[in-house]
Ligand binder design. Structure first.
Ligand code: C2O
Ligand code: CU
Length: 463
């Protein structure tokens, strides 16, 4: 917007009538033009304490020390961030789950140039939805995310019900050797299976942190799985707990997390009713597989607030357009393994292998010249993705730019959840419906990064 003299005069006239002085108005005008003050997110290579043995070198973060900051935004209010690249590798930021304009989506080559060492890029958007989201690079991601560049985003809604406390938890692993230093980020034979697991598991970069929370109070616990590989199965012990939102969106019906499976990229919002007794411990656990783990604990402090989880008002639904399943066009999407081969190298961190395919095509991942889109969608129309998993692994499939609704599954009853990431199980067929209401090129990929980088990436085009 350019401010003409005429507009400026009109504004000052109104301001004058409202009794605001000229100089104050000048400040307001320049503020409105400049937008909100940008948050600075500068990538840095640091040392961090992740294990008992010494400090780990070559850890990546935004900021100067410790975990990337939890970013707080407000639903419907503009947000701005300046990414400054302080590391010796090109980077970008993707705002996972936030429905941003295409130019702000952070995918190199598809929507924006690389941000090279010493350069910067200004992101600005208005989050339309409240909830728990996260941010990460979309460049050489196995390396950059694997070394630390994953942060949580909270988009606040002033109409949210009142909790007595809120805890935000960033769940992720690290591939470290006994000496506390990074080891190879992946093993090809694991990339062709479930992915290569980390060796050290953390919550907020700590081993099993403990937080204090008011006894008898209601806690909102927001957890984001920002790991590149691990699927979790959540359970809460020591307190009554209800899932109130998944992937940023309220669940139609609350339920207790009983080995609830969520994959990389997904988020869990829990309402936890703390025990009445001071000192009582509540634990958030991962009960999947052969090595269950206590991820974090809450300790009740003070005199009981005697709250009741049933008094919590429902969360407001996000303004996501309702899919018209009857008129929707269907897009078939088959996830399969592929014959192993070595593709032409992508320049944004291809693994140098292909193991996976979408509709029989192993997609090269981030390349300077991506192949044609998987589908061309018409703006404003309804679509249903019929997705089928023909592999023996589960895959957290993530769509950029738009939220879908889970319509049906061939293997289990599903709630009509609104989401951006669906963890599809082996032999499952699922229908995901959405309105193509955000123009641009939008990635669709598995969030097990080794799968993404060895064939399981594609994109759709909305015009
Ligand atoms: Cu969480 Cu394509 O990303
Ligand atoms: Cu996968």
């Amino acid at each position: 917007m350019t401010l003409t003299r005429r507009k400026f005069l009109n504004t000052t006239a109104v301001a004058g009538a409202a009794g605001i002085g000229l100089s104050a108005m000048g400040k307001l005008v320049s503020r409105a033009l400049a937008g909100p003050d940008p948050v600075t997110l500068k990538t840095a290579r640091i040392e961090a304490k992740l294990m008992d043995v010494g400090r780990t070198r070559d850890v990546l973060t935004y900021g100067e020390a410790g975990m990337p900051p939890v970013l707080r935004m407000k639903k419907g209010e503009p947000f701005a961030a300046r990414l400054i690249n302080g590391i010796d590798d090109p980077t970008t930021i993707h705002w996972h789950g936030i429905r941003v304009p295409n130019k702000m989506d952070g995918v190199p080559f598809l929507v924006q140039p690389y941000v090279y060492t010493g350069d910067h890029f200004d992101y600005q958007f208005t989050p339309p939805d409240a909830g728990t989201f996260w941010y990460h690079p979309h460049c050489n991601t196995l390396e950059q995310m694997g070394h630390g560049l994953t942060g949580v985003i909270v988009v606040e809604n002033p109409n949210d019900p009142q909790f007595d406390a809120e805890k935000v938890i960033n769940l992720r692993d690290w591939r470290l050797g006994d000496d506390g230093q990074f080891i190879d980020q992946f093993r090809p034979r694991d990339a062709a299976r479930a992915g290569t697991y980390g060796t050290v598991r953390t919550a907020n970069w700590l081993d099993q942190p403990q937080f204090d929370a008011p006894a008898g109070g209601l806690v909102r616990l927001r957890a984001a799985i920002t790991d590149v590989t691990r699927v979790y199965a959540f359970r809460v012990e020591g307190a009554e707990a209800a899932v109130i939102a998944l992937d940023g969106n309220p669940v139609p019906q609350r339920f207790a997390p009983d080995a609830l499976q969520l994959g990389p990229g997904q988020r869990l919002d829990l309402a936890i009713r703390m025990p009445d007794d001071e000192g009582a411990i509540v634990s958030l656990r991962d009960v999947r597989g052969t090595k269950p783990k206590i991820l974090a604990t809450l300790r009740a402090v003070g005199k009981s607030l005697k709250r009741d989880v049933r008094d919590l008002a429902p969360l407001e639904a996000n303004p996501v357009a309702e899919v018209d399943a009857a008129s929707a066009q269907h897009i078939s999407l088959a996830l399969s393994a592929t014959a192993e081969n070595v593709p032409a190298d992508g320049i944004c961190g291809s693994l140098g292998y292909s193991f996976w395919a979408i509709n029989k095509v192993p997609w090269p991942g981030d390349t300077p010249d991506p192949t044609a889109p998987l589908a061309d969608l018409k703006i404003g129309r309804s679509y249903v993705i019929d997705m089928e998993n023909l592999t023996p692994q589960s895959h957290p499939i993530h769509l950029h730019g738009m939220s879908f609704k889970v319509l049906s599954s061939s293997t289990r009853p599903v709630q009509p959840l609104v989401s951006d990431t669906y963890l599809i199980q082996p032999d499952e067929k699922v229908q995901l419906g959405f309105v193509a209401d955000n123009p641009g090129d939008w990635l669709l990929h598995c969030h097990v990064i080794e799968h993404q980088k060895s064939g399981m990436t594609s994109y759709i085009r909305v015009t």
